[in-house]
Design a protein around this ligand. Structure first.
Ligand code: GDP
Length: 531
């Protein structure tokens, strides 16, 4: 007999892995997949040889990799759990989609390079996790290389990110002397034996009780003494594990290991799966929607227009938030008020797409978009009519003035930019005074400028020029009736409006934001805008 709906949903764990590029996200993901039996050899998640491409190669890469340039989803089973990993791309791939993916996750795993500590991109992604109050788990990776002091790393996470930490295991040595990890709960030490770096599933380990005299022989006197000192320090000084605080995203359980050698990876995965939660109720305008007792519903968090000219399709990524999705049944699209059958629903596994018949709360599926979906839209069972909370608009960090070179095709040009903005690939603004005669576009990742230019040229036949603007910060003016022309100190920044006429300001640096606030009492500026 198959599992019940409740069992299916309860065994699901849907999380995103966040990190600064090169911290080891791909390697860790691969090791998870190896444990789950989803792949057989390391190196198959994505062609890493391709990932350090120049911007100009982007279109080719996009074609080769199909949909995988922006976030994809990996699903696999492990130990009775059904795991969905949401990828958050880095490098030039970094875009608003990276942020939006976090809207679909129930928790996040933060991978930190032990020699580097907390890095810029991690901070950005972390802020979005905090906004959602989702649990955040920390994996301090690359312990097999020279690492910074473990206590210092914990301090940095606490100080820079402002979250409490609770080490679940503790490393024994680092670099060539990274010998094992101590599990603070079971008080057992796993000592690693060397493994081949490539396809090995997991490291051979020998477990010792921390009081076992054989441990001293295995680790050597010096490391043993150091471990004893550190355990004492930890027990005295660190936060205790508290599931409730973890659930609220206020305490991050911390693990140490090495994704490359697999040391500490399996124990991390197992603890993590127990400490993280199955899909939770989600807020809508009709209150919380329970994932188990409510029938099918979900929301669109990303739309991808395929760059491959052979497929002129748009795919909407939907996170199922309640019940079971059945491909044979009609669903209700709340925003358009239309009933429709979603054609060819599919699971996007790295490069592969697989058509599916059913999926459950917690899963993420891709569906063909007949051109009616927008980011944040709700799909539900006919007869229901609620809407999930919108997906916030994230602050773009790069801005260009968009100049159209052929005045004859103005209408086509406006239509093109507007549509691309609706898909969420870019954000579109107009000059505060000049209106639509000066269009400004903003993006989170600069690669999106190339996407915009390519698509305007190829799909809309528009010749354009992008003129970079010297601003990196955008703020929504909280009170939309504010007259920006009346503000003091306005010459440092650029005044714009979004397409709904909300006033915004573009700044070169944080310093000028502070100055602006100091000189305009009562002015309130916002970094995110909830739609
Ligand atoms: P990503 O950019 O975060 O996905 O990072 P990758 O997983 O691609 O790793 C970046 C580089 O670090 C690759 O060369 C990996 O082989 C290497 N790497 C990842 N994890 C470890 C680790 O635990 N130890 C060592 N020594 N190298 C690692």
């Amino acid at each position: 007999m198959g599992a019940s709906l409740e069992e299916e949903i309860k065994k699901r764990r849907t999380f995103a892995i966040i990190s600064h590029p090169d911290a080891g996200k791909t390697t860790l993901t691969e090791k998870f997949l190896l444990y789950g039996g989803a792949i057989n050899t390391a190196g198959s998640v994505k062609g890493k040889a391709n990932s350090k491409y120049a911007v100009s190669d982007w279109m080719e890469i996009e074609k080769e990799r199909g949909i995988s340039v922006t976030s994809s989803v990996l699903q696999f089973n492990y130990d009775g759990y059904c795991i969905n990993i949401l990828d958050t791309p880095g490098h030039q791939d970094f875009s608003e989609d990276t942020y939006r993916t976090l809207m679909a996750a129930d928790s996040a795993v933060m991978v930190i390079d032990a020699s580097k500590g907390v890095e810029a991109q991690t901070i950005k992604l972390f802020k979005v996790c905090v906004m959602r109050h989702i649990p955040i788990f920390t994996f301090i990776n690359k312990m097999d290389l020279e690492a910074r002091d473990s206590f210092e790393l914990l301090d940095e996470i606490e100080n820079v990110l402002g979250i409490r930490t609770c080490p679940i295991n503790w490393p024994i040595g680092a670099g060539k002397r990274f010998k094992g990890v101590y599990d603070r709960d079971t008080k057992k030490v796993s000592m690693f034996q060397a493994v081949s770096v490539g396809g090995a599933k997991s490291a051979a380990e020998t477990d010792y009780d921390v009081t076992d005299p054989a441990l001293k022989d295995a680790g050597g006197d010096e490391l043993y003494a150091q471990l004893m000192d550190e355990i004492e320090l930890l027990d005295g000084a660190s936060d205790e594990f508290d599931q409730e605080l973890v659930d609220k995203g206020e305490l991050s359980p911390v693990f140490f290991g090495s994704a490359l050698t697999t040391f500490g990876v399996q124990t991390f995965l197992e603890h993590f799966l127990k400490m993280t939660q199955s899909p939770l109720p989600r807020m809508s305008d009709a209150g919380l929607i329970d994932p188990i007792t409510e029938p099918f519903s979900g929301f669109v968090f990303k739309i991808q227009a395929n760059m491959n000219k052979a497929h002129h399709d748009r795919i909407a990524f939907m996170r199922i938030s309640s019940g079971k999705f059945d491909a044979t049944k009609e669903v209700y699209h709340v925003q358009s008020g239309r009933k429709l059958r979603l054609s060819q629903p599919q699971q996007i596994m790295a490069q592969d797409r697989k058509v599916i018949d059913e999926a459950y709360a917690g899963d993420v599926i891709g569906v063909f978009d007949p051109g009616i979906f927008s980011i944040g839209d709700t799909l539900c069972t006919p007869g229901k009519k609620f809407q999930y909370e919108g997906i916030p608009t994230f602050a773009p960090e790069h801005f260009c003035r968009l100049v159209h070179l052929d005045s004859m095709k103005r209408k086509q040009f406006i239509k093109g930019v507007t549509q691309i903005a609706q898909e969420g690939a870019i954000q579109m603004f107009q000059d505060y005074t000049l209106g639509m005669s000066e269009i400004i576009v903003g993006v989170v990742g600069v690669l999106q400028f190339d996407v915009l230019k390519y698509r305007l040229e190829n799909e809309y036949g528009c010749d354009i020029r992008l003129e970079p603007l010297p601003y990196n910060y955008i703020r929504w003016v909280k009170d939309p009736s504010t007259d920006l022309n009346k503000l003091s100190r306005i010459s440092d920044c650029k005044k714009v409006k979004d397409m709904k006429d909300n006033p915004l300001l573009l700044f070169a640096n944080e310093w000028s934001i502070r100055l602006m606030l100091e000189h305009n009492e009562g002015l309130e500026l916002e970094e995110f805008r909830k739609n």
